[in-house]
Design a protein around this ligand. Sequence first.
Ligand SMILES: CC(C)(COP(=O)(O)OP(=O)(O)OC[C@H]1O[C@@H](n2cnc3c(N)ncnc32)[C@H](O)[C@@H]1OP(=O)(O)O)[C@@H](O)C(=O)NCCC(=O)NCCS
Length: 380
Amino acid sequence: MSSVTTNHTPKGLEGIVATNSTICYIDGDRGVLAYRGIDIHELAEHSNFEETCYLLWFGRLPSAAELTDFRRRLAQERHLHPAILDFLRTAPRSALPMDVLRTAVSALAFYDPENTKNDHDANINKAIRLTSQIAMIVASYDRIRKGKNVVDADPSLSHSANLLLQLNGSRPSPTAERALDIALVLHADHELNASTFAARVVAATLSDMHSAVTAAIGALKGPLHGGANEAVFRILETVAREKADPVAYVRNLLAQKKKIPGFGHRVYHTEDPRATHLRVMSRDLGKASGQPQWYEMSEKIEAFVKAEKKLNANVDFYSASTYHTLGIDEDLFTPIFAVSRIGGWAAHVIEQLDDNRLIRPRAEYLGPEYPQRYVPVDQR
Ligand SMILES: CC(C)(COP(=O)(O)OP(=O)(O)OC[C@H]1O[C@@H](n2cnc3c(N)ncnc32)[C@H](O)[C@@H]1OP(=O)(O)O)[C@@H](O)C(=O)NCCC(=O)NCCS
């Protein structure tokens, strides 16, 4: 017990600073999010997903030549080992895409040429490969489960345009490409969120990048984390199908003491800065695609939850209607989150391994007082 430094551990480690990091800055009171010091609003407006990955992994923006080379390296890795495609073909059609992604990412390790290497350069290479492969797995499994052909990657396209091509079988419009690209930038990192913490804990045992990312995908799946975007759309869909009043529907959920997905945040006490962009994207894409109803419903729900519970929309609330209007199925929303968050997971795994120490906290023991006596089974 002597090494335990606190007797009052906050539930869920709220407010606990668990590591040093130079990757992501968050001010939860002012609603600030920045990658390597650059505000997310500037990145959403001017940057793109590839450049954001470079920024997260190398700690600075690339020069024009570095960015060209980095894009080329990502595009070169747009291929999946035949065994991975076989796995996608033999997975049950009913399997959740998020579960398929988790298991496929674990299997990618078998075919990674640097599987046994854990040094900085090997991990950058693995980050590049995983970024391209995760997007391809999500798109390929979606095609396979729908009985469609797997679409060849196009190395001339951006990461987001290629993902939409491989999902839908046709090149996206510039508007759709840019919308997805911004969404990927916004989701790329978020400090010590649950999945990133999971990734760092695994990496800190000197396991490997694939194990860390597999654990992270498992954590992201949960509805309190990345799974919330899918849960948001299920509400919107139910409201639309039942022709219900969105406010009455959500009021009823609150009356049942249910949490409303897409609202609340452990760190932000004000608007989640990512929601600011996704709200506008949801509105504009809804209008442009002739489906304004998803945004209109969302807007009503947001106003109600804010007035009733003083809770702000988080990143997942408007990403649901945004992804839907981009033609993405709802059970792909959380896998698409992973397509982006691999940027952050990889950055944190690399940072952890560059200056590693095992992450092994303590628990405050609240069980039966020590010592208790063992009672033989025939005397209990
Ligand atoms: C994100 C989240 C897990 C943060 O959880 P947390 O910091 O542990 O906060 P708590 O769950 O302890 O919530 C604090 C209070 O706000 C309420 N609350 C928080 N989020 C809520 C929500 N989405 N709907 C309704 N009430 C909510 C809780 O019921 C609790 O109320 P109480 O004190 O009266 O019991 C939580 O807000 C949530 O479950 N949101 C919905 C899921 C979601 O959108 N997740 C994605 C996050 S980016």
